[in-house]
Design a protein around this ligand. Sequence first.
Ligand code: CTP
Length: 398
Amino acid sequence: MLKGKKIMLGITGSIAAYKAVLLVRELVKAGAEVRVIMTPSAADFVTPLTLSTLSRNPVLTELFDEQSWSNHVMLGRWADVFLIAPLSCNTLSKMANGNCDNLLMAVYLSATCPVVVAPAMDEDMWQHPSTCVNIKRLEEFGNRIIPVGNGALASGLSGEGRMAEPAEIISYLEEQVFSSGVLSGKKVLVTAGPTYEPIDPVRFIGNHSSGKMGIALAREMQSRGAEVTLVLGPVTGEPALQGIRIISVMTAAQMYDACMQEFPDATIAVMAAAVADYTPAQTAAEKIKKTGETLPLELKKTRDILKSLGEIKRTDQVLVGFALETNDEKKHALAKLENKNADMIVLNSLNDTGAGFGKDTNKVTMFTRDGKEFPFGTKPKQAVAADITDTIIQLYYA
Ligand code: CTP
């Protein structure tokens, strides 16, 4: 599977760099074309001579020397994947912040291929809040993190932070990067975020949705090989979503139009957006002045996107809705499943700590039309997205 694949391997300054030697040997043995970039401190741990011999290519370390300049843009474009193994705490921090002080960082910042990292550090460094923030930022950029192992560490202590073994890294590349994925060839439509309903040119009715759950779902579906279209309401910050088609919308009406347009092509549609149920009956053309003691606002119902898709759904399509409830959760969720003709409803309750708007975690239960119930524990939203995706795959595509 790795035969003919172009792999750019970045090696940073960590004791685990010795494993990169074995990694290069195994990648070349598997038929991959390997080019190695080292940070200056990586050369303190393994020699460029060893790596150039094994990779059968010169090892790159400098952005430029007296004779030449390394074209980092072309290096980033040459690769099918940019694998950084081991990833040190220091390079992780530079990646999270976009520092560009060596060739490896310049290639990282210009890479158009998937970036996969295998961190390696001592347990205390791995668990430091700044490391956690940096890892999260890389995930947000769309970079993939190969989980660290637990065991003997360079410090002599034992714990979390060991770089994955070369065989595990190779399996990760084969299964997560180069396999076409179970959803390959399928189009998935996801909605995320709030909608803003304008009252006048400066004011709107909105809600607290951050869009994180839907964005995590879009990423997860893509990682299983799907071609993803994300209809995204107004969220703060630009989520880094390489390879995902984004249709940005503001209002419930715009989200409705985008979904109706895209749904016929979709195999799976997941409606994770917090769509406004009501919108001002009239939007004032000018800013409303502060004249009266009260300001009556007349609101009219928006169209229910999930319900409208449920009405036109074909038998070869899977339609998944969300239900956010504060009371009688299961009863309301099942009613929505039925009324909107969805195949599944993902319930999150605002009564669960760790679930709901703006949080990084969520706790969901999934209900199907045929009476199945799948409860999950409180987890980071990306892990919840993986559970939802796994359940859809298990029920419809296994
Ligand atoms: N939804 C939608 N269009 C709307 C309102 C909601 O597509 N105009 C979708 C949401 O994206 C979600 C599901 O319907 O997948 C349930 O949303 P929720 O707000 O929990 O329920 P509502 O149908 O709005 O009912 P209520 O607010 O009365 O609980």
